[in-house]
Design a binder for this molecule. Structure first.
Ligand code: MN
Ligand code: MN
Length: 491
């Protein structure tokens, strides 16, 4: 196919002249009036998505519905994959495939994200009562700062599998007429011994994160466990659940209420689980928008990232191999072992996970020169890990150059960033699990303030730019040193 050269717009010329480090322009500086409207529309739709999808299971099922509506067919069930296919594993791990013009054996453009988020789960045996109150024992999920989860309205979202094969969905605390649950805290007048004089890491033991659930006793005065009975009666009346059913339930306590606009100027988005549902949203929107890509596309929404990616729905499984094999099969190729592995090794991958933005109040945790800033676009993070790059899958230079090329030539505002100072802590993403297949992978995601808190903050501009960045990536082909792209001006 012949290549057509179009005039390069002025904006791009400017970007080329100023190096990425020297550029002080944020996305807000370059948006046209029409683009500003699009930013607002996208932000509203995204906030609704955040508010309506608060567990990994609900996220997977919502995205599956979007994919099916767009014409993607279920792998191993359908026989027509003209628009693509999807594969859901254990209700929580979802893979999407969109065919390209090239054979899958030449490699896929892959975006991986995660749908789980830090939260409080309920323990299998969680009900108890004490001093006339009915309470629930919680269990931490992921790296949360425990004190942030006290004294705030919490909603209960869950999925219960019953012995007779039925399942029940639980949702409490999101409708304005619904009650909420909460974890109590001690008043400042009496907290000296239990909290104030202790180290922060010891002041809030996980076993004290007990959830207040009832105070009105059920049944006659002489009966025992009347508060437990009160809770059980509601579980039975509202959802048909018995106490033992809680053992086969996934019950998650999450911040109640909708995502909000933040700031006098409404330029920011505040809400729970934007790590990593912002990128889930962006990747799916981009995937469903892209028409006729050259290289076939994969999008995987992993679960369990926040607790190490282990387990049957995490990135440490062989799911991507099954997805690639099914995609080969769907496009008429024999999914031989060697072809699956070769396709993986030839694939390009963006691990779209959020980056910790530098916070003006806690500047000292970042190396300012290498810190991601809100409003300056997707953060390209060459490596994560802890001091000394331990546990990092560092992207190779050639792949970094490739991403720079496709972003710059398509007017993507992006930034180069690192998680924080070397010896300040550390973290990782699913990039590590993906790199094990030999594919080219780099972390690229929107910056977030107050990460892992019940109210994470992102920029509307970054959200909007992130969708474009993923779209550009999906539409790229050619070779790493000479990429081509069907997005925008870059043919
Ligand atoms: Mn994440
Ligand atoms: Mn996280």
């Amino acid at each position: 196919m012949a290549e057509k050269k179009k005039a390069v717009p002025k904006k791009v010329e400017n970007n080329v002249e100023i190096t990425e480090e020297e550029s002080q322009k944020s996305i807000w500086d370059i948006l046209s009036d029409k683009e500003l409207l699009s930013v607002e529309e996208t932000s509203l739709d995204y906030r609704n998505f955040l508010s309506a999808n608060k567990t990994e299971r609900v996220v997977a099922s919502t995205i599956l519905n979007w994919a099916a509506e767009a014409g993607l067919a279920e792998f191993e069930v359908s026989s027509n994959y003209a628009r693509g296919g999807y594969m859901l594993h254990h209700g929580k791990l979802l893979g999407l495939y969109v065919p390209g013009r090239f054979s899958p054996s030449e490699g896929f453009n892959v975006v991986v994200v995660h749908g789980d988020a830090p939260r409080l789960d309920l323990k299998p045996k969680c009900l108890y009562e004490d001093l006339g109150l009915g309470l629930l024992k919680s269990n931490l999920y992921g790296g949360l700062k425990k004190f942030q989860w006290l004294t705030r309205p919490l909603a209960l979202w869950g999925f219960c599998a019953l012995k007779d094969g039925r399942s029940v969905e639980v949702r409490l605390g999101e409708d304005p007429g619904d009650p909420v649950l909460t974890v109590t805290d001690i008043l400042p007048h009496l907290d000296r011994k239990v909290q104030r004089d202790k180290r922060l890491s010891e002041a809030f033991p996980a076993e004290k994160l007990n959830v207040l659930a009832a105070s009105k006793p059920e049944g006659e005065f002489k009966k025992k466990n009347r508060l437990k009975s009160a809770i059980l009666k509601i579980l039975e009346d509202r959802w048909g659940l018995k106490q033992d059913d809680l053992i086969s339930s996934e019950l998650e306590l999450v911040p109640a209420g909708p995502a909000r606009e933040v700031g006098f100027d409404r330029s920011l988005i505040g809400g729970y689980a934007q790590d990593d549902r912002l990128n889930v949203y962006c990747a799916v929107k981009a995937l469903l928008k892209v028409k006729h890509p050259y290289r076939p596309l994969l999008l995987i929404i992993f679960d369990r990232e926040e607790i190490g990616s282990y387990g049957s729905t995490g990135a440490e499984t062989n799911f991507i191999q099954r997805l690639v094999a099914s995609s080969l099969d769907a496009s008429g190729y024999e999914p031989r072992w060697l072809d699956v592995q070769t396709a993986l090794a030839n694939s390009w991958c963006l691990s779209a996970d959020v980056e910790a933005a530098i916070d003006p109040t806690f500047k000292e945790t970042h190396d300012e020169l290498n810190a991601g800033k809100l409003g300056f676009g997707p953060c390209l993070t060459r490596y994560t890990g802890s001091a000394g790059k331990y546990g990092a899958s560092e992207a190779r230079a050639e792949y970094m150059a490739f991403i720079r090329q496709i972003f710059d030539k398509n007017s993507i505002v992006w930034q180069s960033s690192l998680l924080g100072k070397q010896e300040e802590g550390g973290g990782g993403t699913v990039a590590l699990s993906l790199a094990a297949y030999g594919l080219s992978v780099v972390d690229c995601g929107a910056p977030v303030l107050s990460m892992h808190s019940p109210f994470e903050i992102t920029s509307k501009a970054d959200l909007w730019m992130m969708i474009k960045a993923i779209e550009v990536f999906f539409l790229s082909y050619g070779t790493l040193d000479q990429p081509k792209n069907t997005y925008g001006y870059y043919q």
